[in-house]
Design a binder for this molecule. Sequence first.
Ligand SMILES: NC(=O)C1=CN([C@@H]2O[C@H](COP(=O)(O)OP(=O)(O)OC[C@H]3O[C@@H](n4cnc5c(N)ncnc54)[C@H](O)[C@@H]3O)[C@@H](O)[C@H]2O)C=CC1
Ligand SMILES: O=C(O)[C@H]1O[C@H](OP(=O)(O)OP(=O)(O)OC[C@H]2O[C@@H](n3ccc(=O)[nH]c3=O)[C@H](O)[C@@H]2O)[C@H](O)[C@@H](O)[C@@H]1O
Length: 467
Amino acid sequence: MKIKNICCIGAGYVGGPTMAVIAQKCPDIKVTVVDINEARIAAWNDKDLSKLPVYEPGLDTVVAEARGRNLFFSTEVDKAIDEAEMIFISVNTPTKTYGKGKGMAADLKYIELCARQIARVAKDDKIVVEKSTLPVRTASAIKNILDNTGNGNGIKFQILSNPEFLAEGTAIADLMNPDRVLIGGDTTAEGEEAIQALVDVYASWVPQAQILTTNIWSSELSKLTANAFLAQRVSSINAMSELCEKTGADVNEVAKAIGMDSRIGPKFLKASVGFGGSCFQKDILNLVYIAKTYGLNEVADYWEQVIMMNDHQKRRFADNIVSTLYNTVSGKKIAFLGWAFKKDTNDTRESAAIYVADDLLNEQSAVHVYDPKVVEERMYADLDYLNTRASEENRKGLKVHQDPYEACKGAHAIAVLTEWDAFKTYDWQKIYNNMQKPAFVFDGRGILDKQKLKEIGFVYYKIGEGA
Ligand SMILES: NC(=O)C1=CN([C@@H]2O[C@H](COP(=O)(O)OP(=O)(O)OC[C@H]3O[C@@H](n4cnc5c(N)ncnc54)[C@H](O)[C@@H]3O)[C@@H](O)[C@H]2O)C=CC1
Ligand SMILES: O=C(O)[C@H]1O[C@H](OP(=O)(O)OP(=O)(O)OC[C@H]2O[C@@H](n3ccc(=O)[nH]c3=O)[C@H](O)[C@@H]2O)[C@H](O)[C@@H](O)[C@@H]1O
């Protein structure tokens, strides 16, 4: 079966870039990305490409090429579902904040709403693709809804699992040249036909050897497993960073030494102030919840430690600032360089910066933030979401700057929370001249030139390096 019309429900960080690349690489397929969020769709349609709702290097070029040709962004969800032979579900699957599984399980209400909408609208057979990250065995729930709430006139649905492995900040490069594309489906003849239809879409630019097909449960579980393993590596190196600080070892040297072992490998061994992002924590909590549901308490406890280590890393970074600044930061200005959860993205979900700021505001510090891509309102929304103090208090305690030098002016300390490349090339002498003395830098990403900063006169603390 040759696919001519694709619909994607959810125009977020995954739906937008993923569909833009499919549209660019498959000019014969009409790709319509739909969302109920009108402002988001308007931003995707904005003539000014700097206004796209997702910042990703290279995304603007891809959108410029395909938009209006075979890539469309729309709020007409029913129409797009009706027209498509293949429908991707790429809606959010956050951690539940209420009821059974609160704080652990994935909230599947948006997924279920999509399934019901597809069932209601579909007039012919559809292939439904799970692009969102989902608990293992969700496909059977989706199938159940599709088969039982539809028009009842013999329409057949095939469910595929096609988890997305892109990382933010490198989404376009990851999509253009993926390590693998994973497609899970039923092992029936119809299932295999659906799998082949999706394989053919990706085969337009991904080598066949990198397109992996599996049964549907393996595919669903592989996504949670991949994120758990990646996050575990960060927590492992962060655990060692604390030991390095106590013993005089340097975590970057340790990472290099172990990473040269080909069995361990060099990637994802950068110690940090803690991992953030919308998925690592949510997906591990989901994994923990699933394991508990099956009574696998040791499995659950094992993975939960990854989160506990990460929480500890964020907290100890803030604690270290307070204890180094003579046990009080009350009334002191602390400048944050970075708010995004990693460089090259405007996404702040679960960013370590939010938690460090929250801790410092509890200590009555004045936090002044500069981030090249994150807007002021986002930062306040992130803090308000924690519910630690009133919104007005957050606005009083945290100030946002458009200029990094202004953010650092008069500060007692600077904390580097995101590894934006530009931070490395700042005029650090100028920054030093305008700060309170002693001038402290707490480099939570280990990106600055220690030698140079020390020569200028900074008291420099780097994550994972003993004093
Ligand atoms: N952000 C990332 O880097 C990655 C995310 N994922 C997974 O992909 C999924 C989506 O993540 P993001 O794109 O980051 O989320 P997002 O929150 O940026 O986007 C989701 C979009 O879905 C829309 N939506 C929700 N319900 C809808 C409905 N019934 N009809 C139409 N639109 C609806 C929302 O308005 C929102 O714009 C999640 O399951 C996530 O775990 C997977 C890999 C990478
Ligand atoms: O499911 C998802 O959402 C995605 O989650 C991660 O991607 P992402 O969160 O966008 O970014 P990462 O590069 O994985 O970084 C996650 C966090 O870990 C931190 N990190 C990463 C690597 C490292 O060595 N050290 C470290 O502290 C980053 O700064 C960031 O805060 C995975 O890398 C993707 O494969 C996956 O598709």
